[in-house]
Design a protein around this ligand. Structure first.
Ligand code: ADP
Length: 631
């Protein structure tokens, strides 16, 4: 029979498995059993609505058996099965999300770190870590035909018609020969298999049955002085079948929580927090939620689907129930199980389901509380999480015109110019000097640039902290929140700092009055290029500064420009001048004595203000010419 070749991607993964020197080869069993369980899930689900299936929930099982003479292990399920096409498609190609992600990680590390095998769901191919030949015999539900898929690894596979009495799939793995370093024969020992099932597959919801050898006292000898023993065989269910979320918290170790997470949600890092909750009442449910440490590679793409797995009395009814999670917490993974939900409820009905809404609202509160707890009790861990999800938390704050801002505002962290570390709004306001009226923030591209803003000097002198906002999305945060507690936000570049006393204000007004001729001259010279020219007492030792007028900030302008380069969206520019700076004095003299020179000075100052604000100068050639001339 002609051998068919594996698809290139699959071949590479397969090579890795075959040549694996990985010590956790044992996870192959977990993978094969999990496939069997998935296949049963599919048929069990169908059985709910289709009487023809003719199987009850209690009829479903996974059988594990060993053929010592042939050095093979078989995993048999009575699940949905595969037809010829599906065998071809499913076993000849990497299709599991986990396998693909695994491969991508491997590609990144270029074979360097074989150790990440086993942290992923690596799927069917993991059988080749321990077996040199794998045979899959399957009969699909609804079909009389069965097929046999066989492969001895990288040289390809064959598919042939065969017979099989019952619907379902047998996976037969012929173990590799033992070597000096590797003892594959241990997988033929029933205690080893029992251990593995207990370790990795205990929660599988269908019984995993195996014939095990036991000993008992021989009949009639129990009472004698020397009782005799005999061995006998008995089918035993190896797994407790209690899903981890159904167990009491005290019966689950941290390691078990983490293992379940990594295997179930294809992550290879432990989560930063686990939420395990059980609610009894009008709506009863159990939930096991995880907060990942890092964003998955596709998190910020359209491919990422938020949602929790939804179970009803232990039967999975939806792989990804989006309605259970608010968008702001779309990174959370987990499982919800409620016996109060009807099993064959449709997706459309779920959307309007009151019980589901109730659960979703409760979970939202739980998640928020958990994140806040983490922030307060383990800032280091929270910051690790925040590094990957800050953008999401910020968008979550803005979504739907700030509908979730109350939930989200306490989860945000910003760089404090004073503390030189990330702080929350709560930290910031708690540390404010009593007389400070506003929460000051500065937005721009980098912290270094913001630290050099003229206004910083003034605020620093007062002992006031300034939050640096350096992400694009940040520009919208203060506008959406407006206030935190009683304190309003104030942009140090955009608004009056609110520091001047009435007397100082009066003084600036007087200066403005006196410098009217100069200010008017600047306005005339710059024309459309600025919306306003004004004097400011906030500039410290700097002569000029460009700030946006109320409304759009410079960061928003850049953001919109990136979204649509052709759109003419511009923040209005305000040129601020420091009346106490020597340069301003020189300018005043020039305006009075030599307006040609004054115009040149104005253009230079304007360009410099733009440069300081990280904005493009309109005419670079003119600017450099002017500087040369000056030199
Ligand atoms: P995954 O299970 O994540 O999809 P695998 O590589 O483990 O990835 O399996 C590939 C596919 O092969 C499965 O998605 C499934 O369609 C099919 N398959 C594997 N084992 C079985 C089985 N025991 N019964 C039915 N189909 C199976």
């Amino acid at each position: 029979m002609a051998k068919k070749q594996f698809q290139a991607e699959s071949k590479r993964l397969l090579d890795l498995m075959i040549n694996s020197i990985y010590t956790h080869q044992e996870i192959f069993l977990r993978e094969i059993i999990s496939n069997a369980s998935d296949a049963i899930d599919k048929l069990a689900y169908q059985a709910l609505t289709d009487e023809n299936v003719g199987l009850n929930r209690s009829d479903f099982a996974i059988e594990l058996s060993v053929d010592e003479a042939n050095r093979s292990i078989m995993v048999r399920d009575n699940g949905i099965g595969m037809d010829q096409d599906e065998m071809e498609k499913n076993l000849g190609t990497i299709c599991r999300s986990g396998s693909l992600q695994f491969k991508q990680e491997m590609d990144k590390g270029k074979d360097a770190d074989v150790d990440i095998i086993g942290q992923f769901g690596v799927g069917f191919y993991s059988a080749f870590m321990v077996a040199d030949t794998v045979t899959v015999i399957s009969r699909k539900y609804g079909s009389d035909e069965a097929y046999m898929w066989t492969s001895s690894g990288a040289d390809g596979y064959t598919i042939a018609k065969c017979t099989k009495k019952n619907v379902g799939t047998d996976v037969i793995m012929k173990l590799k020969a033992d070597t000096e370093d590797e003892n594959y024969s241990r997988f033929l020992q029933s205690w080893e298999l029992q251990n593995l099932i207990h370790k990795y597959s205990d929660y599988i919801r269908y019984p995993i049955k195996m014939e095990v050898e036991k000993t008992r006292v021989k009949e009639g000898t129990a009472d004698s002085e020397k009782p005799e023993y005999e061995s006998y065989k008995e089918i035993e269910t190896l797994n407790s079948m209690v899903p981890i979320w159904q167990k009491a918290k005290k019966d689950v170790t941290e390691e078990e929580y983490n293992e379940f997470y990594k295997e179930h949600f294809f992550d290879f890092e432990d989560p930063v927090a686990v939420i395990h909750t059980s609610v009894e009442g009008a709506v009863s449910y159990k939930a096991l939620l995880y907060i990942p440490a890092k964003a998955p590679y596709d998190f910020y793409t359209k491919e990422f689907k938020k949602g929790l797995q939804l179970y009803s009395s232990g039967v999975m009814i939806m792989e990804n129930c989006a309605d259970l999670l608010p968008d702001c917490f779309r990174f959370v993974r987990g499982v919800v199980d409620s016996q109060d939900l009807s099993l064959n409820i449709s997706r459309e009905m779920l959307q309007h389901d009151r019980q589901l809404k109730f659960i979703a609202q409760n979970l939202e509160k739980k998640i928020k509380a958990e994140l806040q707890k983490l922030m307060e009790n383990d800032r280091e861990k929270y910051e690790k999480f925040y590094a990957g999800f800050a953008t999401q938390l910020k968008y979550g704050t803005l979504n739907d015109y700030g509908a979730k801002k109350e939930t989200m505002q306490d989860l945000l962290l910003y760089w404090s110019s004073k503390e030189e570390k990330l702080v929350s709004f709560k930290d910031y306001t708690a540390a404010m000097p009593e007389e400070q009226k506003y929460i000051y923030y500065a937005s721009g591209e980098t912290r270094e640039r913001l630290a050099q803003l003229p206004q910083m000097e003034t605020l620093k002198a007062k002992g006031y902290d300034v939050l640096f906002m350096t992400e694009e999305v940040d520009g919208f945060i203060p506008q959406t929140l407006m206030k935190y507690g009683e304190k309003e936000f104030r942009s140090v570049t955009q608004e009056d700092l609110g520091l001047a006393s009435d007397e100082e204000k009066k003084c600036t007004e007087e200066k403005t009055e006196k410098a009217k001729q100069t200010i008017d001259f600047i306005k005339e010279t710059l024309g459309e290029r600025v919306k306003e020219v004004r004097l400011s007492s906030n500039l410290g030792s700097h002569p000029v500064c460009m700030v946006p007028a109320e409304g759009m900030t410079f960061e928003m302008e850049k953001y919109f420009k990136r979204l649509n380069p052709d759109a003419d969206m511009k923040a209005n520019r305000v040129l601020e001048l420091n009346p106490d700076h020597a340069v301003f004095g020189k300018l005043q003299i020039a305006v009075a004595q030599d307006q040609g020179k004054a115009a040149k000075l104005v253009k230079i100052l304007h360009a410099q203000a733009l440069l300081m604000a990280d904005l493009p100068i309109e005419n670079a050639a003119e600017y450099t010419d002017l500087i040369y001339e000056l030199l």
